[in-house]
Design a protein around this ligand. Structure first.
Ligand SMILES: Cc1cc2nc3c(=O)[nH]c(=O)nc-3n(C[C@H](O)[C@H](O)[C@H](O)COP(=O)(O)OP(=O)(O)OC[C@H]3O[C@@H](n4cnc5c(N)ncnc54)[C@H](O)[C@@H]3O)c2cc1C
Length: 388
């Protein structure tokens, strides 16, 4: 397993649990995993980053060997992975789960150095804290600008949850400030729920500019904090630039990513359509209708693990249904959610009609408060399962 995030760590544990006789190695360079879900609450000062950080002790105790290295290259013909220190691991089956990389070439002016002034905070850790510090340092009355990419990208409702929680912080600490969302899309996940909540909780604070109205950011200037669109320039006091994304670099190096930058897979066993014997799960994979989420990564990982166990035993993996649920916090005591069920159909993961849905538009505040507590409960449960 390459990558110890929600996808890779889940898959390693699930495979070891199902087939204890197998030798399972997780290749991951970081000693700690910093989880993105609920990291928007860190940006808003509602939660510490410690609550997001996990070690791989639980993964090791489950019998998985952890190689604390980055995978540098894959040779699918020889079935070998080369690690950063030059050593090699042989495999019968390889799972690649590196999450996303930022496609800096797609946004002129933005790169790793620019991210130090215009944080993305789309990989949790130092970037999350940097955005938090910038918001704290901003004067009351400042303009916060977010650049939001076109689909597909990690966590479709994430930018709007972030906007909500930043608005919560501004409302309670810097009430003269405003938030401008420059979006490369004309619609977004849970849009009606978010917009209704913004009208109720943050009237006049959040302005969303869609693609059709000039929302797509075409370049940025990190020195002046100006974000450019075809319709004009916007100077930010704090700019959160979420750049376009693609599969992590190792997926491209292994030859499992196609021209889109993402990895086509067979939705029954998550085997790459480009390299036999290599599977891709989580954000890096083309999940069809399934959104790129930690819930999805965890669900795909379990299906992939049981498929690999079957394949190694000489059996054919059975098609399975997968579930995703994404909670978003609009305020600390105000949660909304979207759920979907997916099945392999015509070579893609397709949504099962009538099986999912979103929170009701007219739910009372008690229900919103309950959903906020479910968000925390979901996070506690999944992180205990994957890293506990
Ligand atoms: C602000 C925000 C909020 C979010 N909220 C939610 C939410 O509420 N619910 C939800 O379900 N999802 C949420 N997500 C999405 C979720 O974080 C991702 O979809 C999920 O982390 C994907 O899991 P993954 O395993 O594919 O990638 P990751 O979790 O990113 O893990 C990838 C791992 O691979 C490792 N890696 C990369 N390259 C290599 C290499 N060459 N060798 C070895 N290891 C490598 C990395 O170090 C990393 O540990 C949110 C995301 C963001 C940004």
């Amino acid at each position: 397993m390459v990558g110890g995030g929600f996808a890779g760590a889940t898959c390693a544990r699930a495979l070891k649990a199902q087939s204890p006789q197998l030798a399972v190695t997780l290749v991951e360079p970081n000693a700690r995993f910093v989880a993105c879900p609920l990291s928007n609450a860190v940006v808003a000062g509602l939660r510490g980053l410690d609550a997001q950080s996990f070690t791989y002790g639980g993964v090791e105790r489950a019998g998985v060997q952890v190689a604390r290295q980055a995978a540098a290259a894959v040779d699918p013909a020889r079935r070998r992975v080369r690690l950063a220190d030059g050593s090699e691991l042989a495999y019968d089956r390889l799972v690649i789960a590196p999450g996303v990389d930022f496609d800096f070439a797609a946004l002129p002016g933005y790169d790793a150095a620019a991210a130090e002034r215009l944080p993305h905070a789309w990989k949790a850790g130092e970037q999350t804290l940097l955005l938090r510090r910038q918001l704290e340092a901003m004067d009351d009355g400042g303009l916060v600008v977010m650049a939001i990419p076109a689909n597909p990208f990690r966590c479709p409702p994430g930018p709007y949850e972030r906007a909500s929680l930043i608005a919560h912080y501004l409302k309670t600490h810097k009430p003269r400030s405003k938030l401008l969302l420059l979006d490369a899309k004309d619609n977004f996940s849970k849009q009606r729920l978010f917009e209704a909540a913004w009208r109720e909780l943050y009237p006049g604070m959040i302005e969303w500019v869609s693609l059709s109205f000039g929302g797509r950011v075409t370049s940025v200037d990190p020195t002046t904090r100006i974000l450019r669109t075809e319709f004009g320039d916007h100077r930010a006091a704090v700019a959160n630039v979420i750049p376009p994304q693609r599969a992590g670099a190792i997926a491209r190096a292994a030859g499992v990513a196609d021209a889109t930058g993402w990895c086509p897979v067979d939705p029954v066993n998550f085997e790459s359509r480009l390299q036999p014997g290599v599977h891709v799960i989580g954000d890096a994979a083309i999940g069809g209708a399934m959104p790129k989420s930690a819930f999805t990564a965890n669900a795909q990982a379990k299906v992939c693990a049981s498929a690999i166990a079957a394949l190694l035993a000489g059996a054919a993996p059975a098609p399975q249904k997968l579930i995703n649920t994404c909670y978003s916090l609009v305020a600390p005591d105000y949660g909304i959610s979207i759920a979907g069920v997916y099945e392999p159909r015509d070579g893609l993961l397709t949504e099962v009609a009538g099986a999912g849905g979103v929170s009701p538009l007219d739910a009372p505040r008690e229900v919103r408060a309950l959903e906020a507590s479910y968000a925390e409960g979901w996070f506690a449960t999944i992180t205990a399962e994957v890293f506990g």
